[in-house]
Design a protein around this ligand. Sequence first.
Ligand SMILES: [Fe+2]
Ligand SMILES: [Fe+2]
Length: 438
Amino acid sequence: MKPRSPSSIISRRLVAKTKIKTVARSLSTRATSKDGPAKIAIDIDANRRLLNRYRFVQHESMRILAGWLPQAADFELKCEMGRSLWENAVQVNALYLRLREIQSPAFQKPTDSALVTLMEELRHAPDEFGLILGIYHVIVPSLIAALASHETATFPNSDQPSVYAIQHALLDLRAQQKRIEPLLAAAARAGKITAAARTWEKYIGALLAHAAGVSGLEARSKKAPRPPKSRTPFTPPREAARDSRFTNRAADMEPMPVEENYREHTVEEFERYSTEMLAAETVGLVMYLVPHMPWEFQFDTARHLYDEVRHCLMGYEWMRGHNMDPFQSPQYLHIYKWRSQFPPVMQYCMLTMGNEVHAFPYRHRRVEAHQKSGDQLSEQFVRYDIADETQHVRFGNRWLPELLKHVGEKRSLKQYVADALDVWRGQYLTGKLSINVE
Ligand SMILES: [Fe+2]
Ligand SMILES: [Fe+2]
């Protein structure tokens, strides 16, 4: 390193001194006015309350999107919901890391009942577009405005960790808006946005006005709005929806061509990837049904869900690259229906300890087969899949003991997993799915 000359050290110190003076001046302007000491825009108590409101809104949106995922039919919207809810989880996690430094417990139910009502009502949208309009045309713009104002109104140095989280959240939220808008515009052109969805959007807007915006600092409307007739009480979906492009919904899983038949087997391998939305939908349902597990569980399952959406899209990319139409793939929707009749812990156990644990020997054989045939794309896709699936099994091992405690299960972990795998082997592996019709 070049030794610094004494004059450069002095000039650096001068610059630093001047900077400190500038910051001090700007803080003192904030803290005083000609009428005496002025209020600081966001003091630490207001900061706690605001960050918790943003966290609450994003946390509830994440859960609602997860619960809604199976019943959203529009494929592109469904994929976007999976991505956005994971990004919301990342934002909630950043706020969690900050909130736990300034309050305990880190997550608290907001004391503003109007905000709680807003997020409680949001899930009862008449359809998926009503839900998305409520989130992306009403709540997200208000959240963005609140975050953008918070970013500059708080103490730039003392509260820098909040500013850091806010700046990253803003980046995500604005990118989400950019991705959602063309989907909503296409839906509007196709006449898929109903009057009921528009009425719902207005209702969510009125609920937000009654909560004085996401920040609680906007003008608060006096009267709580009455719900419109289109309000549809949300029940966790027992069936998965697909849009009209999917015509082959209920086919049974046929045996795959033998692995020795490389070409035919590979086509089927990636067609099966294209149906992994079923796994994302099961994880979404589980997330929704066990809301009181520790935050880290919710964070892991949000990622698990999005990984399965990515695996599905990987299948789409592969098929399109090989001139195949993924919308023609059988959707095996009865698998979701079958899985969803079991308690959420059992669904999660069958997925992680059944489907996911047992896939590794096969996946490693496929990597070898793709390497041998010089098919680099297929090899890379499977290796990324193996990396994700390794995490999913890790999540299963980490969270199953907690989940069993959470639901008060009396059986040991070992016994519970053995019993769940008996059902999985007897029904899923044989294809003899018995579905109890209620
Ligand atoms: Fe997967
Ligand atoms: Fe998985």
